[in-house]
Ligand binder design. Structure first.
Ligand code: AMP
Length: 563
């Protein structure tokens, strides 16, 4: 079979952009897959959805828009006015490039036409370019690619580089296309993708080996799985109802999710986004080597920062560990981290993802050895559950997770088998400014600056911002109300007289360098507009400070140093 030209992928992109029907898209994708040589399949599949490498792959292109623009600018002779017009008309970088090259290209693309595999290999080359002089070397590689690309091919090169596909083909639709092309059950394709985290490889196995190959799919050590996710439940009663009373409760710790892969002395730790974070958590890796009983396992848990007494520290502190690529000895001592395990996906040759929660917990308890498990309870009643949630909060944690006893581990799925119940606080705050929204909220004042009155100085101090919680009608109404209270404009913000009071829910109060108040609400959202309250009746900055201090009744605190 002769090599597939890259133009085929660009053409497909255009066809996909022209339809919004899921089945039509899947059929178009299947059409491409049937035409490809096997070695072309993985890169073609990934590039079609705007990926070059699988999610767990550490490689990245790291190409700036400036570099692409410099390369493209040498290929066209558009006047500054034409460039500006293209900029206004285009919805993204890819389209901008298309507009310039389709009408103002200086000379036809250099021969020969780009091959699909060749483009992928060029991307691999770009990703492998690092260190001194890499900017210039990357630019030279881009120059070769774009020099040979037609306008529409250049559009798709840029879209792949910036992961800006706008044709609406999600990973899900691609999986449907793969199932069609290979004539296999969609369920098997999805399953393999959950386990391998690479649509490209799934497509290859589906096409080359059919259902037999997919059925053999199992998880692999040192290939992180997408984590199973949780929905939110409003309260314990709701959690009991949704899970038919068949649930376990676990502390919900506010740290970093870790997926630990171990084979003998080899230990790697992956983040929620499948990045390898072992270098930031060398102490955790050592602990795993020393204390885990199972020689081979994939376990999941949460790593949290703790103070000298072992009490949990606010989330901010943990982030200091991840800011640098390698945790140096000083940060290790400064931010001690403790691991709490809560799931087992694989132990000593046995995959557990399909096993029910209870069986996985039993396997976890056996595999963990001396590593700590997250505190948990099988509550008989909602009241017992409430009491456990209260203890979790008093131990300084965020809340609890409710998990269905019979549920399998569904990688990457935010289903109803896991429900999170967070401890929520509320404050009545005053809107002192608002920013004009964009996208769907265009034309509305939608990002509200929330302030509390400093009783000592009589000034309002901002403690957070949010655009969450209001309906479209409420945005509209707020915009009118705030414009009537306008005092001044500053950039994109309208400063208003402090009149409108809103009830704000949030999860935690953090230290802040951004706001002069020194405090910032975490996960703030407006729960209602308090027309019944005057600004003077809203909560004061002193109350916010008090709440901040109270958090440390249960949590640890690091006062010196800051973050
Ligand atoms: P959220 O990030 O708010 O959607 O909450 C889900 C996150 O809570 C998970 O990704 C974990 O990082 C974290 N978490 C903390 N404790 C647990 C637990 N016991 N079980 C599962 N996830 C937990």
């Amino acid at each position: 079979m002769s090599a597939t030209p890259f133009a085929r992928l660009a053409e497909l992109g255009e066809q996909l952009e022209a339809t919004t029907k899921r089945t039509e898209m899947a059929e178009l994708l299947a059409g491409l897959l049937r035409d490809l040589a096997l070695e072309e399949v993985p890169p073609a599949v990934r590039m079609t959805i705007g990926q070059v490498f699988p999610e767990w792959d550490e490689r990245a292109l790291n190409v700036s828009w400036k570099a692409v623009k410099a390369v493209v600018d040498d290929l066209h002779a558009a006047s500054p006015a034409a460039q500006e017009a293209a900029g206004r008309q285009a919805v993204d970088g890819g389209e901008y490039i298309y507009l310039l090259l389709s009408e103002h290209r200086r000379q036809p693309p250099d021969p020969p036409a780009l091959g699909l595999l060749e483009v992928y290999q060029a991307f691999e080359g770009i990703a492998a370019t690092s260190g001194r002089g890499s900017v210039a070397r990357k630019e030279a590689l881009l120059r070769k690619l774009f020099g040979r690309a037609s306008a529409v091919e250049a559009k798709y090169l840029a879209k792949i580089i910036y992961q800006e596909m706008r044709h609406g083909v999600s990973e899900g639709i691609m999986l449907d296309g793969i199932a069609r092309a290979a004539g296999v059950k969609s369920r098997l394709v999805r399953r393999a993708n959950q386990l391998w985290g690479d649509v490209g490889e799934v497509a290859l196995v589906a096409l080359a080996q059919g259902e037999a190959g997919l059925k053999e799919a199992s998880l692999r050590l040192f290939r992180p799985l997408k984590p199973m996710l949780a929905q939110t439940a409003e309260g314990m009663a709701e959690a009991f109802e949704q899970l038919n009373g068949q649930l376990a409760l676990e502390y919900k710790l506010d740290g970093a999710r870790v997926q630990i892969h171990r084979q003998g002395d080899q230990v790697r730790i992956y983040s929620r986004n499948l990045a390898d974070v072992t270098a930031s958590l060398p102490d955790v890796a050592d602990e795993v080597r020393a204390r885990m009983r199972a020689g081979e396992a994939i376990l999941e848990g949460e790593a949290i920062a703790v103070d000298a007494q072992g009490r949990p520290l606010p989330f901010q502190h943990l982030m200091r560990r991840f800011r640098r690529k390698h945790a140096i000895a000083a940060t290790l001592a400064e931010v001690p981290v403790r691991l709490y395990l809560f799931d087992a996906l694989y132990v000593n040759g046995e995959s557990l993802v399909d096993a029910p929660y209870e069986a996985r917990w039993a396997a976890l308890a056996a595999a963990a050895g001396d590593l700590g498990l997250v505190p948990r309870l099988l509550p008989a009643t909602a009241e017992a559950g409430e009491a456990f949630a209260e203890t979790a909060y008093r131990d300084g944690h965020e809340g609890v997770m409710a998990k269905a006893l019979g549920s399998a581990y569904n990688p990457g799925v935010r289903g109803k088998a896991w429900l999170k119940l967070k401890h929520v606080h509320s404050l009545d705050l005053v809107v002192v400014a608002a920013e004009w929204g964009y996208g769907r909220r265009h034309g509305w004042l939608s990002n509200y600056h929330l302030a509390a009155l400093d009783a000592d100085t009589g000034e309002y101090r901002v403690v957070g911002k949010t655009f969450k919680g209001l309906t479209d009608a409420q945005f509209q109404e707020m915009t009118e109300r705030l414009l009537a209270l306008e005092r001044a404009r500053k950039g994109n913000a309208v400063l208003v007289q402090p009149r409108v009071v809103v009830e704000v829910l949030f999860n935690e109060i953090q230290d802040s360098r951004q706001y002069p108040s020194g405090l910032a609400l975490r996960f703030a959202r407006i729960s209602r507009i308090r027309d019944d309250k005057r600004a003077t009746e809203a909560d004061s900055l002193q109350t916010v400070r008090q709440l901040y201090e109270q958090q440390f009744r249960y949590k640890g605190q690091v006062r010196s140093g800051g973050s």
